[in-house]
Design a protein around this ligand. Structure first.
Ligand code: GAR
Length: 220
């Protein structure tokens, strides 16, 4: 068997993206091994999900640190101790510092529940609704110094429906997150992902994407 990509997952919340990654590792469609799951708050459901899967967990509570940099240094040290090749932010609600990124150059990825560069930041499903966007979706991207600004690896598009609430839209987006996050990690595990300025090159290329989506749909 070829070498598995060693990943460290950082989470703050329920951990459904973590669960999708665990499931794909277990069914063999993702050639990766989660070597540590770190949460910044003790109540994170992600810790329980990791524990159930027998994955080592750590809670590094950001409230125990007066400086953001010191929290990040503690997390970086734990990731290095776990021999991590790739850092996967899965619902991790802390902004990470340049020191963190310098420790894992082009080796930190994030998932965001909107079609970046539209709607970075927080409460983005509500933002998409309020704006009247016809499509939203989710984005997996490399993390750079900005908030949700790094080069984009993969996106999924989700239509916004007339009767949508932020919760309903978030649930449909989350379903797609669970598809594209393991996929992005697998592409990295296969060594197919490189960064050229803002653009991410996948080589060899993936199959062609449908030509266009229209919402509201055209008649007939
Ligand atoms: C996901 O929707 C993820 O995209 C979002 O938090 C949720 C975590 O869900 N992340 C962000 O908004 C990051 N800025 P999960 O804990 O069930 O994976």
């Amino acid at each position: 068997m070829s070498k598995l990509l060693r990943i460290g997952v950082l989470a703050s919340g329920g951990g459904t993206n973590l669960q999708a990654i665990i499931d794909r590792c277990q069914d063999g469609s993702l050639a990766a091994e989660i070597t540590v799951v770190i949460a910044n708050n003790p109540g994170a459901g992600a810790l329980e999900r990791a524990g159930n899967a027998g994955i080592p967990t750590l809670c590094i509570n950001h409230r125990d640190f007066s400086r953001r940099e010191d929290f990040d240094s503690a997390v970086v040290e734990a990731l290095q101790d776990a021999g991590v090749d790739l850092v996967v932010l899965a619902g991790f609600m802390r902004i990470i510092t340049p020191t963190f990124i310098a420790a894992f150059p082009e080796r930190v990825i994030n998932i965001h529940p909107a079609l970046l560069p539209a709607f970075p930041g927080l409460h983005v499903q509500q933002q998409a609704l309020d704006y009247g966007a016809r499509f939203s979706g989710c984005t997996v991207h490399f993390v750079d110094g900005g908030v949700d600004t790094g080069p984009i690896i993969i996106q999924a598009v989700v239509p916004v429906l007339p009767e949508d609430t932020a919760e309903a839209l978030a649930a449909r987006i989350l379903e797609q997150e669970h598809r594209i996050y393991p996929r992005a990690i697998q592409l990295i595990a296969e060594g197919r992902v490189s960064v050229d300025g803002r653009r991410v090159i996948i080589s060899p290329a993936c199959p062609a994407t449908p030509k266009a989506l229209v919402n509201p749909a055209t008649e007939g």
